[in-house]
Design a protein around this ligand. Structure first.
Ligand SMILES: Cc1cc2nc3c(=O)[nH]c(=O)nc-3n(C[C@H](O)[C@H](O)[C@H](O)COP(=O)(O)OP(=O)(O)OC[C@H]3O[C@@H](n4cnc5c(N)ncnc54)[C@H](O)[C@@H]3O)c2cc1C
Length: 322
C-alpha cells in the first residue's frame, strides 16, 4: 500500500454505523496529506456496517475489518487486528482521530510495531517531501514541530477541529474485507455496557455557532442576556470554567483544557479574558469574535473581530440588530 491509512472510528447506533465527527476530520487530513505527498489514501474501519459510510469519498480503498471478536471494542482486539492490516499493507503514515478510543489503543498499536504515536496534531507542513506535524506542549503554551524519524509506518492522531470535514473530497472507494487472525484468549478484557451520557448532554463539538460566556457576566441571572444572543443565532451556549465551577451552567458546556475542544464556524467569546486553558479549547474555531471591555484582554490575540465594550450594552444591541 505504501500510502496513507486513515483508521476511522464510528458509532454503531441501532445497526446504523455513523462515523465519528473527528474521524471525518482525520479523513480530510489524510486526503490532504495524500495530495501534498502524492500518496494514495486508504481507510480502515472495524465492523462490517461501517464500510458503506465511506464509499462516497475519494479513496483508493476502504478496508473493512471483520471478526466476531471485534463486535465490541477492546484494546487487545483492535490492536491485534489493525496490526495485521498494517503489516500486510505497509502504509507510510497511519492517521487517526484523537478520540478517547484512539487514546486507549493507538499507543499500544504503535508500540506493538516498534513505533511511536505522535498525538493530537493541530497542523502540518511538508518539508522535503516529509510530513512535519505541529503539536502543543504545556497546555498549549508552546507549539512544537515534530518530524518522524526511523522507518515507517508513522502514527499520528489529529486533534478535533484541526482539519475540516467540509474539505473532504467526494468520490468513490472500493471496499475490501479483511479478516484478521484472532483467538478468544488474545482478548483479555470483556466489554460491558457502553457508557452513555445523559440524554440532555450537549455535543458542543457538533455546533456550527457557539456563544460562550465568561466571568464578565458577573451573575447567574445575567446568563439570560447571552442566552438571547444564542437563541437569535441558533447557537449553542458555552462557557469558561468559572461559570461552570459556579454551577451557573452545566459542566458539559465548559470549553477549554479541562472541558471540551470545539471548532465551530463562529465562536463568540463574551466577557472571557482568554486564559491559555480556555484558548486551547477554542482557538481552532473558523471565526472568533470577542467582546470584552479590556482592550488588553488576551482573547483579542486570537480574535478575528474584537469589540471593546461593555457586554451589557453590546450584547443587547447585537440581539436587537439581529
Ligand atoms: C488546570 C486548569 C485547567 C483549567 N481549565 C479551564 C478550562 O477548561 N476552561 C476555562 O475556561 N478555564 C480553565 N481554567 C481556568 C483559566 O485559567 C481561567 O481562570 C479562566 O478561563 C478565566 O475565565 P474567564 O475568562 O471567564 O474569567 P476572567 O479571567 O475573570 O475574565 C473575565 C473577563 O471579562 C471581562 N469583563 C468584565 N466585565 C465585563 C463587561 N461588563 N463587559 C465586557 N467584558 C467584561 C474582563 O475584562 C475579563 O477579561 C483552568 C485552569 C487550570 C489551572
Amino acid at each position: 500500500m505504501s500510502g496513507i491509512l486513515a483508521i476511522l472510528e464510528h458509532r454503531n447506533e441501532q445497526g446504523d454505523a455513523k462515523l465519528h465527527k473527528i474521524a471525518l476530520e482525520a479523513l480530510a487530513a489524510a486526503q490532504q496529506f495524500g495530495e501534498e505527498l502524492n500518496l494514495p489514501v486508504f481507510a480502515a474501519v472495524v465492523g462490517k456496517d461501517a464500510g458503506g459510510s465511506l464509499e462516497g469519498y475519494q479513496l483508493d480503498k476502504v478496508h473493512v475489518i471483520e471478526h466476531a471478536l471485534l463486535k465490541d471494542y477492546t484494546p487487545d482486539g483492535y490492536t491485534l487486528a489493525l496490526k495485521q492490516l498494517i503489516e500486510r499493507h505497509q502504509p507510510a503514515y497511519v492517521i487517526l482521530p484523537h478520540t478517547y478510543q484512539v487514546r486507549d489503543f493507538a499507543p499500544k498499536l504503535a508500540a506493538s510495531l516498534g513505533r511511536v504515536l505522535v498525538s493530537d496534531g493541530i497542523a502540518h507542513r511538508i518539508d522535503n517531501g516529509e510530513l512535519v506535524v505541529v503539536r502543543q506542549l504545556f497546555q498549549g503554551k508552546i507549539n512544537a514541530d515534530v518530524r518522524f524519524e526511523g522507518p515507517s509506518p508513522h502514527f499520528l492522531s489529529i486533534q478535533a477541529g484541526a482539519f475540516r470535514a467540509e474539505n473532504l473530497k467526494p468520490g468513490t472507494a472500493p471496499v475490501e474485507t479483511f479478516t484478521p487472525d484472532l483467538a478468544p484468549a488474545q482478548v483479555r478484557t470483556k466489554p460491558l455496557e457502553l457508557f452513555r451520557e445523559s440524554a440532555r448532554a450537549v455535543d458542543l463539538t457538533a455546533a456550527d455557532i457557539i456563544v460562550s460566556v465568561g466571568r464578565g457576566i458577573k451573575d447567574a441571572d445575567n446568563i439570560a442576556i447571552v442566552q438571547k444572543l444564542a437563541d437569535a443565532l441558533g447557537a449553542e451556549l458555552a462557557a469558561s470554567r468559572p461559570i461552570c465551577d459556579n454551577g451557573w451552567l452545566p459542566m458539559e458546556r465548559q470549553v477549554g483544557s479541562s472541558g471540551q475542544t470545539v471548532a465551530p464556524k463562529l465562536y463568540i467569546a463574551i466577557g472571557i479574558s482568554g486564559a491559555i486553558q480556555h484558548l486551547v479549547g477554542m482557538k481552532g474555531s473558523k471565526t472568533i469574535v470577542a467582546i470584552n471591555k479590556d482592550p488588553e484582554a488576551p482573547i483579542f490575540e486570537v480574535a478575528d473581530y474584537g469589540i471593546v465594550g461593555d457586554l451589557f450594552q453590546v450584547v443587547p444591541a447585537i440581539v436587537e440588530a439581529l
